[in-house]
Design a protein around this ligand. Structure first.
Ligand SMILES: Cc1cc2nc3c(=O)[nH]c(=O)nc-3n(C[C@H](O)[C@H](O)[C@H](O)COP(=O)(O)OP(=O)(O)OC[C@H]3O[C@@H](n4cnc5c(N)ncnc54)[C@H](O)[C@@H]3O)c2cc1C
Length: 432
């Protein structure tokens, strides 16, 4: 690589067919005791995959490659806008993965892959061989989607869609907004990381504004016609933030037929296809997304910018020795969430172990749940259980999951408590 060679692509597609039809017979495999699995990316997907591999089969050598010594979780980062948390509380490290589970850590990033030699080359120059590669590199942004909005512009108009300095910058802008100011938040079309995330963010910002700047307004400009947990969010916004009234703290507008095309930086305006101009004191632009650049440049993504996989094993459709999980991969209808990345990682780790041991693949099930706070005392959630149907397509299990029942303050408070507990459990389950 960069990009898969045509010869290799044909080899892997042929191999994939064999895997699909005959359970991978005929392909040389290493016994797991000699195997080396490299995991790229230490987010929820990668950390869980590395930990699970070592838990299930300690004879396998697992190397986790992640450039950052500490990881700041996006889950929980919206709470910072309401003053309920800070970055320290959202930060984890990889010591437990190393000390408890024997994962080898490499603080570097993958510069490119050689799929034929089954090697990754690191930015630092080192080359590492693998028997199986698990990639969970997360997302990147489509910087060309809104003309004028690029990496440099994000320093002025933060997306805050990768938790860290961007989150702090946006919180500072919110808190120093003029009395009665307008904050505009743009939301991309599906698929993107964390479908309910923008609406939880608007809720947490409104919570802060209600106490400190009650004449201000948050205007959500959404590329979609509807959104995750919409009825629950709108009921909560009506109850707490005057939604639907003339002095509502939150307004939501669908721009599905009139998309935003351009940013006029000087005038702090977003311009739509029909020429409408939306001016804000603060612009929180959440751009459309793709799989992280390492996946794109390695030829692992399709034209939509996400990595197609065989759901049974997480194997890339372009290379059977590479497994892809988390936000970068296409597991629809499972949403792109940390909870889902954790679940995909576990199923993938088991599949990798079975493949290394030439055992049949187990039928996976995946879980997702996304909790959101509307106020510190009002939480809402959505949950789903997924499996493969006869055509090996991922489907939601009918009758499993659902959204919170809107049944008053007691439920809202319980859901808010669960929101915090699920966060703690998910972080511990992935990193500790
Ligand atoms: C505001 C917000 C709120 C959210 N709230 C929730 C929530 O409440 N619940 C929930 O379930 N989900 C939530 N999410 C979604 C969640 O953050 C993601 O779905 C999750 O982080 C995906 O995990 P991942 O492992 O795929 O990617 P990431 O967590 O992004 O991890 C990817 C890692 O790969 C590394 N990497 C990238 N390229 C390379 C390379 N070339 N070499 C080595 N390493 C590399 C990166 O440094 C990064 O650490 C939220 C997201 C946002 C933005």
């Amino acid at each position: 690589m960069p990009g898969l060679s045509r010869r290799h692509f044909l080899q892997t597609v042929a191999g994939l067919g064999a895997a699909t039809l005959s359970g991978c017979q005929g392909l040389p495999r290493l016994a797991s005791s000699k195997a080396h699995v490299v995991v790229v990316g230490g987010g929820f997907g990668g950390a869980t995959a590395a930990k699970t591999m070592r838990l299930l089969d300690p004879t396998i050598q697992v190397t986790l490659i992640e450039p950052k010594a500490r990881y700041i979780t996006c889950p929980g980062s919206n709470w910072l806008f309401a003053g309920l948390t800070d970055l320290d509380k959202l930060t984890v490290d990889y010591q437990a993965l190393q000390a408890r589970y024997g994962v080898k850590l490499l603080a570097d990033s993958v510069a490119d892959l050689d799929a034929v030699k089954r090697q990754v080359r690191l930015t630092g120059g080192q080359t590492i061989g693998y028997d199986r590669l698990i990639m969970s590199p997360g997302i990147d942004f489509k910087w060309d989607a809104i003309a004028g909005y690029d990496k440099a512009a994000a320093q002025q108009f933060p997306h805050a869609w990768q938790a860290g300095p961007q989150t702090l910058l946006l919180a500072k802008q919110l808190q120093s907004m003029r009395d009665g100011g307008v904050l505009i938040m743009t939301v991309p079309a599906d698929p993107y990381r964390c479908p309910p995330g923008p609406y939880e963010r608007a809720s947490m910002m409104a919570y802060w504004l209600k106490q400190h700047n009650p004449r201000a307004k948050i205007i959500i400009l959404d590329a979609k016609r509807s959104f995750s947990k919409q009825a629950l969010f709108e009921a909560g916004w009506t109850k707490h933030y005057g939604y639907g009234s003339s002095n509502s703290l939150i307004e939501w507008h669908s721009l599905a037929d009139n998309p935003l095309l351009e940013l006029d930086k000087k005038n702090q305006q977003l311009i739509s296809e029909f020429g409408d101009r939306f001016q804000g004191d603060v612009l929180n632009i959440i751009p459309p997304q793709t799989a992280a650049s390492i996946a794109l440049q390695s030829g692992l993504a399709d034209a939509g910018g996400w990595c197609p996989v065989q759901p049974l094993s997480g194997q890339s459709l372009f290379d059977e020795y590479i497994h892809i999980i988390g936000d970068a991969a296409h597991y629809a209808p499972i949403p792109k969430s940390a909870f889902a990345a954790n679940s995909e990682a576990k199923a993938c780790a088991l599949a990798v172990i079975n493949l290394l041991n030439q055992k049949p693949l187990a039928e996976p099930h995946w879980l997702n749940t996304c909790y959101s706070l509307i106020t510190p005392q009002h939480g809402v959630s959505v949950a789903g259980v997924y499996r493969l149907d006869a055509a090996q397509t991922i489907v939601a299990v009918k009758g499993a999951g659902g959204v919170s029942i809107a049944s008053g303050a007691e439920t809202e408070l319980l859901e808010a408590d669960y929101t915090r507990v699920v966060y703690q459990q998910l972080v511990a389950n992935s990193f500790a």
